[in-house]
Ligand binder design. Structure first.
Ligand SMILES: [Ca+2]
Ligand SMILES: [Ca+2]
Length: 294
């Protein structure tokens, strides 16, 4: 059967399946939008600022890191940012990331390919080693948090990103059990940015993406028993770095900001296996929507 565009991104291979479930997607979206008032364990809304980490040195051996002060609005109480200008860097251009004005932002200067990590593992500060599958996180950095009780998905709000790039979410439930889930983040553009919008898969931002817990475990790489979302003890987001190949993403000049918070479950009429799976997939891949009034 002929397909449209071929994509190397694993997640996008199931787009055809999901396209057939637009009805379910709409139901899922509406339900999610209507259920937003329930309390959920807070991950990080980025209301608490953090100093900019910036690396101007070529090569992956050198990096920059900052840790936030302690604040109850951050899961585990503290957040870390690591950035690494890997190629093309010199004394003038580099890679940086920080948190201000309730947003996390990451940018590569012209000619620089760099990557970074947002890490939540409590008060531990263990450094950053891209040669390790978990980059050296403290896998049991904070007391277990139960997401599964009140939410079935993680929500990431992308405000802008001027290119596609690899993005990995890692969730830990103890020293041995964790899941690493990678997807290709699509360009999220300003409405007037025709150049950005001309890219494959580009959408207008801000855009919310929902990452269903069960599907991340299904499609991601599991270690041990995989992540148990009823007992998360550390997590991190790795951006513009391909964890499968150990190589830096090709995107340059990436600039994105996001909000990172849990959402309550969508109201599913019946917990039928197919319906649940496809609603989850729809939520994972296509549940972007422009935010009203922004
Ligand atoms: Ca570097
Ligand atoms: Ca930490």
């Amino acid at each position: 059967m002929p397909r449209g565009r071929r994509s190397p991104a694993p997640l996008l291979r199931v787009t055809g399946v999901i396209a057939m479930m637009k009805q379910a997607l709409l139901i899922s979206l509406l339900a999610t939008m209507g259920a937003g008032a329930m309390a959920a364990p807070l991950t990080d809304n980025f209301d608490f600022p953090q100093a900019i980490a910036q690396d101007y040195s070529n090569g992956t051996a050198s990096f920059s890191a900052t840790a936030s002060s302690f604040d109850a609005s951050i899961i585990g109480g503290q957040r870390e940012i690591y950035v690494n200008a890997a190629t093309g860097a010199d004394a003038l251009n580099g890679t940086r990331a920080g948190v201000s004005s309730s947003r996390f932002s990451f940018a590569n200067d012209a000619g620089v390919a760099g990557f970074g990590i947002l890490r939540w593992d409590g008060s531990s500060v263990m450094g950053f080693n891209p040669a390790q599958a978990d980059f050296g996180i403290d896998r049991t950095g904070f007391a277990g948090v139960n997401f599964a009780a009140v939410a079935d998905s993680l929500k990431l709000t992308f405000h802008r990103s001027d290119a596609a790039y690899p993005f990995t979410l890692q969730f830990f439930s103890g020293a041995n059990d964790w899941t690493s889930f990678t997807f290709s983040a699509i360009p999220v553009c300003a409405a007037a940015d025709a150049s950005c919008l001309s890219q494959s898969g580009a959408v207008t931002g801000p855009t919310d993406f929902y990452f269903n817990f069960a599907l991340m475990n299904l499609l991601g790489t599991k270690s041990g028993a995989g992540a148990n979302f009823a007992n998360i003890t550390a997590l991190q987001a790795i951006f513009n770095f391909n964890v499968a190949t150990g190589s830096v993403g090709s995107a340059e000049g990436v600039d994105f900001a996001m909000d990172f918070q849990t959402v309550v479950p969508a109201q599913v009429p019946e917990p039928g296996t197919m319906t649940m799976a496809l609603l989850g997939a729809a939520g994972l891949l296509l549940a972007w929507r422009r935010r009203a009034g922004q």
